[in-house]
Design a protein around this ligand. Structure first.
Ligand code: NOJ
Length: 721
């Protein structure tokens, strides 16, 4: 711990001043008195503009250079010791330039572009006065009912870890103290929030410690190894104890085992929520448990503020614990250079120049191109610029394509699909646009207009999906199909017998019954961000060849959930060819397999794999096995392929998944061109958590699978000795 900060500040602070550092208050507190629009929780207890507000250590959700500077200035005028405020906010997939949602970024399988998106988000946020972003969200997700799957990069611990590192490096850069265009990253939600039972937000998580460590923890760990400065606790319980009061998780795994000495913040009100969980009798006990567990900042409750003084006085909390928390917060302020320069990167003039700049929007467009996934294509796409196109559906002319967590973005400034397609078509008049239906409703007038638009068209493009508030926080669903009104619109259009392409806007894997079976082509756009329409028009007209690959499985139906590629086999696996045996692990009314597997995505060209070879059939401790495969572009267009390498440990002390992603590489190939792809398999990649939680590999046979998705692969084998 920084002794100089202790001597300079902490030893001179009163207990009240220290505890105020641990308080984080949201934007309404910093508005002019008189705004009583949101009088709840601490707002009600403290009141806008109270003394406590002036002493608080950090602020949530105030952005904009002028505003931040004004709040900071006022704060410092009132701060006895001159300790600046930290400004934090959720800059999850862009600040004003909104990038595709993280689940889409996951589908790009492109960590360089992910890093660039985070760097741009940081640059815009920093110039607007922010110091910390509540990102990246690194919860592994297996349940598409959970609305927050859109915030994750998907279902795989390895892929998530690759993105974790990329995001942290993008947000923070190499030198947070010197580089004013970066912000500190706060990894969330620690831990395992993605495993909420039934996909219902905030719900119970119950995992074995092995599952937790093997699948859920690696991405957080990768982010911390990359230097992330902060960690946010999750709302859920972990083994019966709310994460926010979980000593084993926070003081044990996070701090003692992993050596993390940065700031831990609660999630919004999650200290107080321990009472509702049934883990604390009252708010005072909740505060006690949180500080014992190692939570430094209380986000938006006054549990610490109201109760820590008494808890210290009666000796239940050692003041040294509070000192430690304060020191960690001061250390972060120092690292961000705030003591010397409390305004840090905030710069109203530069803000006007770089926020939402053409350069930033180009990067957002590129990532939207790379993260859209072509799920089906039977000869309809790409469109020809001479074709008469009917663009129909609630997303045809909608700005609601930013997705959840884009509070700083503007739907009005979005590049919409309609405009972008019109400007690409040989003649703008070739594209006729109709709404067709709302998100949840369809009227006779809408149907008529859709039929009229479609009547003169050679091809119909339907832009359908979920409104952005149907995913994100609090956006859990049990029915993950498109709303009935839109399914009806699809049926209506299908009835016309014309070529039908569907573009999907959504924040989760959907049950595509009524879509996939009806359409000739399906392009998964997710929520593609500010430049989404422009990117999609390029993809639809073939100016850009789709290259995204799913980072999460699309279930056949919600009844299969959770369905993910890296599952265990049962003792009664389903045979390739069914033999009529009832007593095998299967459904009698649905396939076992998802509709679309992890890693899946099509292109306007085609790729063939051949000649999978290993340098040796034996892997010895320090001699990697080299894997080679030839990938050929067998189509007539240039394209990008994502070559994926999976392993299976055939038998372990504990059972191992049927496939696990271990490496991937992207390659650009011209028509007819081929490339030899080379991977190395090392012993360390074969290690896993054993029943006693130690990590090691087991000698024995391993399968190697290489292919363009997790299902369609070539196979080889080797033995670890
Ligand atoms: C609650 C969310 O769970 C978390 O992700 C977010 O960072 C905080 N609210 C602050 O907005």
């Amino acid at each position: 711990m920084s002794e100089h900060l202790y001597h300079k500040y902490v030893q001179h602070m009163t207990l009240e001043e220290k505890i105020a550092q641990l308080l984080q208050l949201a934007a309404p507190f910093y508005d002019e008195p008189g705004d009583d629009s949101e009088i709840t929780g601490p707002l009600e207890e403290l009141g806008i503009g109270s003394d406590t507000v002036r002493n608080a250590g950090s602020v949530l959700g105030v952005a904009g250079a002028e505003k931040v500077m004004a709040v900071q200035k006022k704060h410092l005028e009132n701060s006895r010791l001159g300790i600046p405020l930290l400004f934090m906010a959720d800059i999850v997939h862009g600040f004003k330039t909104i990038f595709p949602i993280p689940l889409a970024i996951g589908s790009s399988w492109n960590p360089e572009l992910a890093e660039q998106s985070a760097a741009i988000a940081a640059r815009e946020a920093a110039v607007s006065g922010l110091h910390v972003t509540f990102a990246p969200m690194l919860d592994l997700v297996r349940d598409p009912r959970w609305g927050r799957v859109m915030e994750s990069t998907g279902e795989d611990p390895y892929l998530n870890s690759v993105f974790a590192k990329a995001f942290v490096e993008g947000f923070q850069g190499k030198n947070l103290t010197q580089d004013m265009s970066r912000v500190a990253a706060c990894v969330k939600h620690f831990a395992a929030y993605g495993a909420a039972e039934g996909g219902r937000d905030y719900n119970t998580v119950d995992l074995s410690e092995r599952q937790l460590r093997e699948y859920y923890l690696p991405a957080y760990k990768a982010a911390l190894d990359a230097g992330a400065e902060m960690v946010m606790t999750s709302f859920n319980v972990v083994d019966g104890i709310p994460a926010t009061g979980n000593r084993k998780l926070l003081r044990g795994i996070l701090r003692a085992e992993w050596g993390f000495d940065g700031v831990v913040i609660s999630d919004w009100a999650s200290i107080k929520e321990m009472v509702a969980h049934g883990a604390a009798e009252d708010d005072k006990e909740a505060a006690l448990k949180a500080i014992w567990a190692g939570v430094d900042i209380d986000m938006m409750t006054v549990s610490y503020l109201n109760h820590l003084p008494e808890l210290v006085e009666v000796g239940l909390v050692d003041e040294a614990l509070i000192d430690e928390a304060v020191l960690r917060i001061l250390q972060l302020k120092e690292k961000l250079g705030l003591f010397e320069n409390p305004m840090r990167g905030a710069d109203p003039a530069l803000e006007k120049e770089i926020v939402f700049s053409a350069e930033h929007r180009r990067a957002a467009r590129k990532l939207a191109e790379k993260s859209s996934v072509l799920l089906k294509n039977e000869g309809v796409l790409p469109l020809n610029i001479e074709q008469r196109v009917a663009l129909i559906g609630p997303f045809a002319d909608s700005g609601d394509i930013l997705g959840w967590w884009s509070w700083t973005g503007s739907k009005e400034q979005v590049a919409k699909l309609s405009g972008a397609m019109r400007s690409l078509a040989g003649n703008a008049g070739l594209v006729t646009v109709a709404e067709g239906s709302g998100i949840h409703t369809i009227t006779a007038v809408q149907k008529e207009a859709a039929l009229k638009a479609a009547a003169a068209a050679d091809v119909i493009v339907l832009a359908v999906g979920e409104a952005s508030e149907m995913s994100g926080e609090g956006g859990s669903r049990t029915n993950i199909k498109l709303p009935d009104a839109q399914l009806e619109l699809i049926r209506l259009m299908k009835g016309l017998g014309k070529p039908l392409a569907v573009v999907l806007f959504n924040g989760r894997p959907l049950d595509l019954h009524g879509v996939y079976d009806q359409a000739d082509a399906v392009l998964e756009a997710w929520f593609p961000g500010s430049e989404g329409g422009a990117a999609l028009a390029d993809l639809l007209y073939g100016k850009v060849n789709p290259s995204g690959r799913l980072s999460v499985s699309f279930p056949d139906s919600v009844g299969q959930v959770p369905v993910y590629y890296n599952a265990f086999s049962t003792g009664r696996p389903k045979p390739q060819v069914e033999d009529g045996n009832r007593y095998i692990s299967k459904y009698i009314d649905a396939p076992n397999e998802p509709l679309l597997p992890f890693g899946f995505g099509l292109s306007y060209t085609s790729f063939t794999y051949e000649g999978l070879t290993l340098s040796s059939g034996i892997l010895k401790d320090d001699q990697p096995v080299e894997v080679k495969v030839k990938v050929i572009n067998t189509g007539s267009l240039a394209g990008t392929e994502t070559v994926q390498l999976y392993l299976r440990d055939r038998s372990g002390e504990v059972v191992r998944p049927v496939k696990e992603l271990k490496a991937f590489k992207q390659v650009d190939l011209a028509p007819g061109e081929s490339a030899e792809m080379i991977f190395a398999i090392e012993e360390r990649q074969l290690r896993y958590h054993h029943s006693d939680l130690t990590v090691s590999s087991d000698p024995g046979w391993f399968d190697v699978y290489v292919g363009g998705n997790s299902r369609d692969v070539l196979a080889a084998e080797f033995r670890l000795i």
